[in-house]
Design a protein around this ligand. Structure first.
Ligand code: ADP
Ligand code: SF4
Length: 719
């Protein structure tokens, strides 16, 4: 269904569309199918996979509703030798997996898009922890997992290669049975086993599948041909390939990728180009700008007559148009931009580009995959909640009463809460003590590399401006008297949190000894512009996410002699989940910051901190003029406590509820704060549930084996 004939509930209005974006709405033939426009949701992981199929199908269906021409699965393991447990991906091991994937294809088709499936044989990237099959690859090498499993892959022989080709062919047929229109062969990101065969890094074979490029390409060629042979008359065959492994001659480099196009450039119906490993390809905004892949991708389109898709964290339609006009890409590939705004194409089509909720490039979405938990997004609180909670990125049910709401605090929680309540039609006042919107987002976006995070504020500020129901009062620090005098029906306290200066956090659950003349500077003070006296500063990271590293960088750039201390074995330890850890550590080293890893800070003194080795307890001293503890935060509860101390005055004030949300309730990520704001707005005036303890989130349960007998199952084991 072309966008311009979309359902009447969300009419397209091309009249208001800038004609320069028309090119993005052009259809693109892909083998035997046609993409209705150039917006292409490339495969992306989501932490739901085979475990949460209906939640996943609903999420993908909403993207199709939002105008994407193609909506793909995440990687789909084709066989038990391709098992990447503990990661939760799509699975197509047997016919039993077809119905769950068919549900996703149905949801995508229901809204006029093509459904793509990324078949993946993970090769030596699969430890097979669930299936306990032996990992296999081109060579005898340790499995190449993120978790350094103590397992090795076995070098495949000819029979293994034949088996792999059979499995892939069977998976292609099952993909068709599930209804997919585009079927991938995956040779990208050093995740797919076919990539391992391509790369000199992994492939040292002496047979027909190793050595020359033509030999290393052989398996990929055969699998493409098998796939085409199996389903190519009915579905398009796409190949996702790494165009530069970023290892020079030690790996699969650009020159080899170009030569490979000379060999197989015309075989698939579509090329999906990716850069390096997943870390390279999905770089955060701290390290790479929108469109950063362009220099790498440029030129490949000349080597094939087939359409080419590529990514670049594209959120700007102008940048997308440039890709097409310059002949770099035919289809605009998006993973994160489609997560942050599932309706991005529709907004372009309808001339509403200012309404696009732009991805901030934080990779919290990626952390869902790394922690095997359902995807979440900093910008889009409905991501992953479409089926579980019934939330929609663009729609929300209208208000159910004439209640008025006072939201105190305009950080991410307060902004989203006020916006979503305003969208429902409630009369809302958003009061903020400071003179700017955004709370912590505004403060943190001023730190090195985090400028794009301001989009969390900017998108909401723009939406609020268009809502007559919402009044914004800046420079309005409220106390309990002010709130009671205001007369709102409900009060939401999104008053945030402040960083502790007593050293309490993960490591120390009670305050540290702090000398009276020690100079302790809080992260909040630094972010407000304060700077320590003296030159030598210790930043103590017991938080393990980004902030300590970013503050250390800020101070080093300001000329301080910075010592970063953490009990973890690496810098910003949790950022392995956002795939930034390696680059953050490199950046800190390159910025001249001295790293003290596996060291606990145990006392703050006037001219030094006492350190203890995290493993042996051996004590040392580190001289410093000041210490910045990045350990934990305390909720800002002054107003909450004051109002709850005066519940007897609520009825006269017309006040029915006072609730704290976001960091004021329990400090967490910005994504949590935005979600908390949305959650309050969704829940207001919801019909009371018969069981107040019921958890109103849908779960999909495992189907129990039908023929299980407790006696027989036990007694027959081992027979
Ligand atoms: P969250 O992440 O939960 O949204 P933030 O710390 O980003 O929290 O934002 C909290 C906001 O609340 C800050 O901008 C702060 O100025 C504001 N605030 C805190 N207390 C009050 C108050 N009593 N009256 C008005 N605004 C307040
Ligand atoms: Fe973008 Fe962050 Fe949302 Fe991922 S979580 S889509 S990086 S805003």
């Amino acid at each position: 269904m072309p966008l311009d004939t979309a359902p009447p509930s969300t009419p397209a209005s091309p009249a208001t569309r800038d004609p320069r974006f028309d090119v993005l709405l052009e259809p693109v033939p892909i083998g035997p199918v046609v993409a209705r426009n150039r917006f292409y949701q490339v495969p992306h992981c989501n932490g739901m996979g085979w475990r949460d199929p209906t939640a996943l199908a609903t999420m993908r269906g909403i993207k199709a509703e939002g105008g994407w021409a193609v909506v793909c699965t995440e990687q789909a393991e084709i066989h038990p030798t391709s098992d990447i447990t503990p990661f939760v991906e799509a699975r197509l091991w047997s016919d039993a997996d077809v119905p769950a994937l068919a549900r996703m294809a149905q949801a995508v088709h229901a809204h006029g898009a093509l459904a793509g499936i990324e078949l993946c044989w993970n090769g030596m990237n699969s430890p097979n922890l669930w299936s306990r099959e032996t990992p296999m690859g081109p060579a005898h090498l340790p499995v190449a997992t993120f978790t350094n499993e103590p397992l090795q892959a076995r070098a495949m022989d000819r029979a293994d290669i034949d088996a792999l080709r059979r499995w892939h062919r069977a998976a292609a047929l099952r993909s068709r049975a599930a209804g997919f229109d585009i079927v991938y062969v995956y040779a990208g990101h050093a995740l797919g086993g076919l990539h391992h065969f391509l790369s000199r890094r992994y492939n040292d074979r002496k047979d027909d599948y190793g050595g020359t490029l033509a030999n290393r390409v052989r398996l990929l060629r055969e699998v493409i041909e098998d796939t085409r042979d199996a389903i190519g008359d009915r579905a398009a065959v796409a190949v996702r390939i790494t165009i530069d492994e970023m290892l020079g001659a030690a790996g699969f480099d650009r020159r080899e990728a170009e030569d490979a196009f000379g060999l197989i450039g015309e075989l698939p119906d579509l090329w999906d180009l990716v850069l390096g490993s997943w870390e390279h390809d999905s770089a955060t905004s701290r390290f790479e700008d929108e469109g950063f892949q362009e220099p790498f991708v440029t030129g490949f389109k000349r080597l094939t007559s087939k359409p080419v898709v590529g990514v670049g964290r594209f959120t700007s339609p102008d940048a997308m148009v440039r890709q097409v006009k310059r002949g770099v890409l035919d289809l605009i590939g998006c993973a994160r931009p489609s997560i942050a705004d599932p309706w991005l194409p529709r907004k372009v089509a309808e001339g509403r580009v200012d309404d696009i909720r732009e991805c901030i490039g934080c990779n919290i979405c990626v952390s869902g995959d790394f922690t095997s938990s359902p995807i979440r997004c900093t910008q889009n609180p409905t991501m992953g909640e479409e089926w579980r909670r019934g939330w929609h990125p663009e729609r929300i049910r209208p208000r159910a009463s004439d209640a008025t709401v006072l939201v105190v605090g305009a950080g991410p929680a307060g902004l989203e809460c006020a916006r979503a309540l305003g969208q429902r039609g409630y009369a809302v006042t958003l009061a903020e003590a400071g003179t700017t919107l955004g709370g912590r987002v505004t403060r943190e976006a001023a730190l090195p590399g985090l400028a794009a995070w301001a989009r969390v504020r900017d998108w909401r500020a723009y939406q609020l401006k268009k809502m007559p129901e919402v009044q914004i009062a800046l420079a309005s620090p409220l106390d309990a008297d002010d709130v009671l005098a205001f007369g709102a029906t409900h009060v939401v306290l999104a008053t945030g949190a402040h960083w502790r200066t007593d050293g309490v956090g993960r490591l120390h659950t009670h305050p540290l000894p702090v000398a009276a003349d020690a100079q302790v500077v809080s992260p909040d003070a630094l972010m407000s512009g304060a700077r320590p006296r003296g030159r030598q500063v210790v930043v103590f990271d017991d938080d393990h996410y980004y902030l300590a590293g970013v503050l250390a960088e800020r101070l080093a750039r300001d000329g301080f002699d910075v010592h970063y201390v953490t009990s973890a074995a690496r810098v910003s330890d949790w950022t392995v989940n956002t795939m930034e850890q390696t680059r953050i550590q490199a950046r800190l080293i390159e910025t001249g910051i001295t790293l003290h890893l596996s060291q606990d800070v145990v006392a703050f003194e006037a001219d030094h901190v006492d350190l203890a080795c995290h493993y042996t307890g051996r004590r040392t001293q580190l001289a410093c003029d000041a210490i910045v503890p990045v350990t934990a935060r305390l909720p800002e509860r002054t107003l909450f406590d004051a109002l709850h101390a005066r519940t007897d005055a609520w009825a006269d004030a017309g006040l029915r509820s006072v609730q704290a949300i976001g960091d004021a309730w329990a400090p967490a990520t910005i994504a949590h704060a935005v979600h908390a704001g949305r959650r309050f707005a969704e829940a207001l005036d919801a019909p009371p549930d018969a069981d107040p303890d019921a958890w109103l989130v849908r779960r999909e349960m495992v189907g129990l084996a039908p023929d299980w007998d407790p006696v027989r199952a036990v007694t027959q084991a081992g027979r």
